[in-house]
Design a protein around this ligand. Structure first.
Ligand code: PGA
Length: 252
């Protein structure tokens, strides 16, 4: 099953990047132009840089994504960005339900689900994030939490072509810590099982990314695990050399 799914390596720049950061996107574009990589490569810059990044990678296979979206297409929502706006600026996908949104902005599963529905309405792929906190993990609740988040956050109409799940243990994000390969395999298998139970063949084809302290030094091991269909990369996506070092795990 894993073999039939084209993997995705997505870089989440978070709230980082002024115009000078575009040089990193260009460096990724230049390097990918000369290599053959089996994975789709995506950059999710801050909304302010989306249109400029689209120009910077024009003509390449690099995909762009947003980091969050509002549930409505337009309206009196000061400061928010809609999925339609992201698509208009060049995005093909949007991350929803990242743990930083859930923790800092109090987003609940039903809001994440509404955002995923908004992404689909706008023709974007929804990258839906799930993952347990350190406390939930030590209480042995990892699979329960992830199953509950999946059940609440994924729209009923989700399909393999428009939905990606990202498993990101909260305690592994930005910390340099990663779960063991066995732990990743166990959680990804539980996610796959839940996706198949709810979406049948579509669930079998949905990509499940691992995220949390992915680096060039651990990418090969993490990305070789069964049911790991790519990575969602934060800190290491800001430098082209690091990001390319992760993408290289799928090189020939
Ligand atoms: P990190 O972030 O790679 O910096 O740990 C991952 C993420 O939040 O998507």
């Amino acid at each position: 099953m894993t073999g039939s799914v084209r993997p995705l390596v997505a870089g989440n720049w978070k709230m980082n990047g002024l115009a000078a950061q575009l040089a990193e996107a260009q460096a990724v574009r230049d390097a990918l132009g000369e290599s053959s990589v089996a994975a789709e490569v995506m950059i999710c810059p801050p909304a302010t840089l989306l249109a400029q990044t689209a120009w910077a990678v024009k003509g390449s296979s690099i995909l762009l994504g947003g980091q969050d979206c509002h549930t409505e297409a337009a309206g009196a929502y000061t400061g928010d960005v809609s999925a339609e706006m992201l698509a208009d600026a060049g995005a093909r996908a949007v991350i929803v339900g990242h743990s930083e949104r859930r923790a800092v902005h109090g987003e609940l599963d039903r809001q994440v689900r509404a955002k995923a529905e908004a992404a689909h309405r706008a023709g974007l792929t929804a990258i839906v994030c799930v993952g347990e906190t350190a406390g939930e993990r030590s209480a042995g609740l990892t699979e329960d939490v992830v199953r509950r988040q999946l059940a609440g956050s994924l729209p009923d109409a989700a399909m393999a072509a428009n939905t990606v799940v990202a498993y990101e243990p909260v305690w592994a994000i930005g910390t340099g810590l990663t779960p063991t390969a066995a732990d990743v395999a166990r959680v990804h298998a539980a996610i796959r099982q839940a996706l198949i139970a709810r979406f049948a063949g579509e669930g079998a084809g949905m990509r499940i990314l691992y995220g949390g302290s992915v680096k060039p030094t651990n990418a090969r091991e993490l990305l070789a695990i069964e049911n790991v269909n790519g990575a969602l990369v934060g800190g290491a996506s800001l430098k082209a050399s690091d990001f390319l070092g992760i993408v290289a795990a799928y090189g020939n």
